[in-house]
Write a protein that binds this ligand. Structure first.
Ligand SMILES: Nc1nc2c(ncn2[C@@H]2O[C@H](COP(=O)(O)OP(=O)(O)OP(=O)(O)O)[C@@H](O)[C@H]2O)c(=O)[nH]1
Ligand SMILES: [Mg+2]
Length: 311
């Protein structure tokens, strides 16, 4: 990276950017694409992201701090309510709002909902038409919907539309340019220049495990698994991490453990090297599975999993 001191002037531009939009529109993929590193987990299953994840992009021209939020959805139970609250709170406190749409699909109710919210947002708006590598494209339908909502509300707002494919980092650079253009000139940076995330390590570990479970199970079971990183013990050459997976029913416990413990072994074999790479130290996972009926309604547990009291 070029040194920040070589810009010839002290003024850099900084912004906190809220990445919002419906579930599965590609918000986390986009965050990873913009930061250039895997910060946030991604999966084809809806409701992948459960917490607000921060990713930081530092360039000679300044710094963008991204908040990747859970996609808003029909709230189910305490967990759903907390996730929706996190998405709304994150979108309220930011400098720029980037609303991500899946342009390969017809606009849905949640897209309509984000546009209605955006009309009244205080921040500058960027509408990202993602997945432009896929056909057909409903880009025009999104634009028509936005016109219609503005007419209905009697308000006209300036919006930058950017078409990208989060899977292809090159297509993302015009979006980064737009975001820097909307950022405020500042004299310092918000975070040190070598930091790419300030996401707490316990949550990062839980996320890596969740991603592997989502990949293997791909149905309703992963959404019923709560992951609690109980303890991280740092020894001279490794981190020993004790993790409990909470499930609702005995049948789910069997699925999560797998025949002869195969599923847990798979998760460990995939997550351990990835986490070792991220943290630069050997990571050993000790995973336990526990049945706790309605863990999703247990506020105390949810808080320990990091869902409450954030931001
Ligand atoms: N073809 C294509 N697929 C994409 C693109 N961006 C994301 N995806 C895929 O879309 C799926 C959902 O991506 P995520 O990044 O997890 O979506 P999200 O908006 O963060 O979802 P939640 O966390 O559930 O709100 C994954 O399978 C991605 O690989 C894209 O530009 N093109
Ligand atoms: Mg996500």
């Amino acid at each position: 990276m070029e040194s920040l001191e070589n810009t010839g002037e002290n003024q850099t531009r900084c912004a906190v950017v809220g990445i919002v939009g419906r579930t599965n529109s590609g918000k986390s993929t986009l965050l990873n694409g913009m930061v250039g590193e895997k910060i946030s987990i991604v999966s084809p299953v809806v409701q992948t992201t459960r917490n607000t994840v921060r990713g930081i992009l530092t360039e000679p021209r300044g710094q963008l701090v991204f908040l990747d939020t859970p996609g808003l959805h029909k709230s189910e139970g305490v967990l759903g309510t907390l996730m929706n609250r996190m998405a709304r709170q994150a979108s309220a406190g930011v400098d720029v709002l980037a609303v991500v749409f899946d342009s390969s699909r017809h606009p849905r109710m949640e897209d309509d909902g984000w546009m209605r919210r955006a009309v009244f947002a205080e921040q500058p708006l960027v509408f990202v038409l993602n997945k432009n590598d896929l056909k057909p494209s409903y880009a025009e339908r999104f634009k028509e919907l936005w016109e219609q909502i503005q007419t209905e509300k009697g308000i006209r707002r300036d919006v930058k539309w950017v078409s990208v494919s989060a899977l292809h980092p090159k297509t993302v650079s015009p979006l980064i340019d737009e975001l820097f253009a909307l950022a405020t000139p500042t004299t310092g940076l918000l975070f040190p220049e070598d930091v790419v995330t300030d996401y707490p390590r316990k949550l990062a570990i839980a996320d890596a495990i969740r991603e592997k479970l989502l990949f293997k199970l791909r149905d309703e079971v992963p959404h019923e698994i709560g992951i609690l990183v109980e303890q991280i013990t740092e020894t001279d050459d490794a981190w020993k991490v004790v993790v409990t997976l909470y499930v609702n029913r005995p049948s789910q416990k069997g699925i999560v453990i797998g025949p002869k413990g195969r599923m847990i072994r798979y998760v460990r074999s995939q997550a351990e090297p990835e986490l070792s790479e991220i943290f630069g130290v050997k990571v050993e996972l000790d995973i336990w599975v526990k049945i706790e009926r309605d863990w999703m309604k247990n506020f105390w547990l949810l808080q320990r999993m990091g869902y409450a009291g954030q931001l």
